[in-house]
Design a protein around this ligand. Structure first.
Ligand code: DAV
Length: 385
């Protein structure tokens, strides 16, 4: 009976939303920014995931204390206990999204332990847990990012049934040029550097990836209508950003941002735009171009440090996944297990927090923003900058 009432509630809610709103564009894919009212979202899956091979591209991004884990587990499934707990927590995230009237879509379950070989390398896979990393939605178009880790070369396959469906219904579907991911794309020596050296190298524009060929992860791009903010990171190079810029053309302004960050990978735990002219900036990662936002009249908020117990093995990220939040609209945020300070920050901004505990899912490298990719938000292309 309980299940039945839940279903009914969701359906009624869904119908009410549909009838009371007008989608300006009939295309199933339409999202211009990170905060317009969310209507459809892809939520990743942890089932089938595998620990990536401890490659030259991957190793420098992992904290030294986790190296023994990766050395031992490379190519194997992630520990079952953590996978199970994360699966349950992500199911709960999906339920919460449905209750808020959002259509939730999921990728296929794929066995990522399977080894593959290209003319340039041999690898096994990673996961389809973070659609934000691999799918860049710009208006009616979905761009499959080329990625830069060999373990993510075939990740797009988990999303292909959805891509085909969206394409049939009118979406524009693009696959960015696939890198060879040959040895020339990586600086082998990078894992030998200390944190201080890596910060210095980043300031000189040097990262694990070279400029041998374009590469990027979608999560290094943050959308605010006609302005899109990108960072050169360990997984996104300048050629990759240039490819996105030329591909999107004059309709969009692509700005490159840089931060003081020992391990730049994905912009959304560093700089997360949560409303028109409103962004969260990681207080430990100052932005060199921040004045341009002040000049544009934006409000830049530095979130508090999040307290998460060390019982959660954050193998692939920092604790700053706390600011990796998903906006349901300008006034509602889905936020993982907010502490008092985080809650107060949102309340002071007039934003209602919808909490969800996905701390076990954090262990796979991403927060709520990473775990999702918005497919449709109700709104039009505007300029906010
Ligand atoms: O801790 O800034 C976040 C990675 C998100 N995919 C960090 C890494």
């Amino acid at each position: 009976l309980a299940n039945f009432s839940v279903n009914l509630l969701v359906r009624t809610h869904g119908i009410r939303r549909l009838s009371s709103t007008t989608q300006p564009d009939e295309c199933p894919v339409c999202s211009h920014n990170e905060w317009d009212p969310l209507e459809e979202v892809i939520v990743g899956r942890v089932e089938g995931s595998a620990v990536p091979p401890f490659s030259d591209a991957f190793k420098p991004m992992i904290e030294k204390r986790h190296w023994p884990f990766f050395e031992k587990m490379a190519g194997k499934p992630f520990p079952e206990e953590v996978t199970k707990k994360a699966t349950v927590q992500i199911e709960e995230l999906c339920n919460i999204l449905r209750h808020e009237g959002v259509t939730v879509r999921r990728p296929e379950i794929i066995d990522f332990t399977k080894v593959y070989e290209t003319p340039d390398f041999t690898s096994s896979g990673f996961h389809a847990a973070m659609p934000r990393d691999s799918l860049l939605v710009v208006g009616n178009e979905i761009i499959e990012a080329p990625m830069s880790w060999r373990s993510r070369f075939f990740e797009h396959r988990a999303f292909r049934p959805l891509m085909k469906e969206y394409f049939k219904k009118g979406a524009k579907w693009t696959a960015a040029p696939k890198p060879t991911m040959s040895d020339d794309l990586y600086k082998k020596e990078f894992s030998n550097f200390t944190d201080a050296e890596k910060i210095k190298l980043a300031e000189q524009g040097k990262f694990v990836t070279t400029e041998f060929e374009p590469c990027f992860d979608a999560a290094d791009f943050m959308r605010a209508g006609k302005d899109i903010f990108a960072q050169r990171s360990n997984v996104t190079n300048l050629m990759g950003i240039e490819w996105v810029k030329r591909h999107l053309g004059d309709k969009y302004n692509i700005h490159i941002l840089s931060f003081r960050d020992v391990n730049p990978i994905h912009i959304d735990s560093t700089f997360n735009i949560i409303g028109p002219g409103l962004a969260l900036l990681n207080p430990e990662r100052p932005c060199k171009q921040i004045d341009m936002f002040h000049k544009a009249g934006w409000k830049i908020v530095r979130p508090p440090v999040w307290v998460v117990s060390d019982d959660y093995p954050l193998w692939l990220s920092s604790k700053w996944l706390s600011m990796n939040v998903l906006m349901l609209d300008e006034k509602r945020v889905i936020c993982c297990d907010p502490d008092t300070a985080t809650r107060k920050m949102f309340e002071d901004l007039g934003i209602t927090v919808i909490p969800v505990d996905i701390r076990w899912a954090f262990c796979f490298g991403g927060g709520v923003h990473c775990w999702t990719s918005d497919i449709r938000r109700r709104g039009i292309l505007e300029s906010y900058f």
